[in-house]
Design a protein around this ligand. Structure first.
Ligand SMILES: [Zn+2]
Ligand SMILES: [Zn+2]
Length: 182
């Protein structure tokens, strides 16, 4: 999986839409990094945290699993969204999430260009979860895959064909764990 360097994009967006306010003496005022492979619930986030020495640090994390397979404009709009959060926090020093300052800056940026569109929610498709269980019917030998194990589930087609649609233990599904093939 190839991951695009995000720092040049950050510097360009900072110059174009934040009047350079997110960089001080050449150094970004907010850390920017790609997530590991597990961050799948959101495309990006901005956070402030205390480091080991109790010093406040802030960073933007971009989801590697969600963004690395999408076109560049998805990365730009996500990064820009998180940069608005950083700008509100570090430059305006206002406590706000998606409030009036956020909306105003978002609309300004969207009206200035047509390459990407900043939205309030990151609405990128989240990958479907891989099935974890393989269920096999002992009667017809067909297999089905499921996200979760359902105790006592029987093969519907066999129950319909042989038992008048009533549950019967002769076609009780047998589960096997699917191991991650990654
Ligand atoms: Zn946000
Ligand atoms: Zn069956």
């Amino acid at each position: 999986m190839s991951v695009i360097p995000v720092l040049p994009i950050f510097h360009r967006l900072n110059t174009e839409y934040f009047q350079g306010s997110l960089v001080k003496e050449g150094i970004p005022r907010v850390g920017i990094r790609w997530s590991d492979g597990r961050m799948k619930a959101t495309a990006g986030l901005y956070r402030r945290k205390s480091n080991f020495f109790g010093i406040q640090e802030c960073e933007i994390i971009l989801s590697k699993p969600l963004l690395s397979n999408l076109p560049a404009k998805a990365l730009e709009s996500t990064l820009c969204h998180e940069m608005i959060h950083a700008w509100i926090d570090l430059v305006l020093k206002v406590k706000e999430v998606h409030g009036p300052y956020f909306h105003q800056r978002m609309q300004e940026i969207n009206s200035l260009q047509n390459n990407f569109k900043v939205t309030v929610r990151h609405s990128f498709p989240t990958p479907k979860k891989a099935p974890r269980w393989l269920a096999t019917c002992p009667s017809c030998n067909r297999s089905f895959s499921y996200q979760r194990l359902m105790k006592g589930a029987a093969c519907r087609s066999c129950c319909n064909s042989f038992f008048k649609g009533k549950w019967n233990k002769k076609c009780l599904l047998q589960y096997e764990r699917i191991l991650d093939k990654k």
